[in-house]
Design a protein. Structure first.
Length: 120
């Protein structure tokens, strides 16, 4: 039994569209790690970590040192740059950067999450 070229072309087109859709959606998904995951695993590369600000930032020459927590683990963060205006104790934050061998996270981006106006 011979498959018609048009049917084969149609099947290949469908597979291509499914693959293209999957890769487009996967690129736009934002993956966050928890503080516990980062402290327990040896994650390499650029990662995003979500947590709650656990200490007021200390500033030394434009570099900020602070800690974030997920309730189970605490992580030291170093960030050079301007902090968001809504950055305060108990803020939900997302830091993006790399974890060093010394278990200190070197952030290149710090974002504060908007607090929920609606509480259950």
């Amino acid at each position: 039994m011979k498959i018609d070229k048009r049917i084969l072309l149609g099947i290949l087109t469908i597979f291509f569209c499914v693959f293209l859709g999957y890769s487009a959606i996967n690129n736009y998904l934002v993956h966050y790690e928890t503080v516990s995951d980062v402290m327990d695993k040896n994650l390499v590369g650029d990662i995003r970590v979500s947590g709650k600000l656990a200490s007021e930032p200390a500033s030394i020459g434009g570099t900020y040192n602070f800690q974030i927590t997920d309730g189970n683990s605490t992580m030291d963060v170093i960030y050079k740059g301007n902090l968001p205006s809504s950055f305060s104790l108990d803020s939900d934050v997302v830091v993006q950067g790399r974890i060093g061998e010394d278990k200190v996270f070197r952030a290149v981006t710090v974002i504060t999450k908007c607090p929920s106006k609606f509480e259950v």
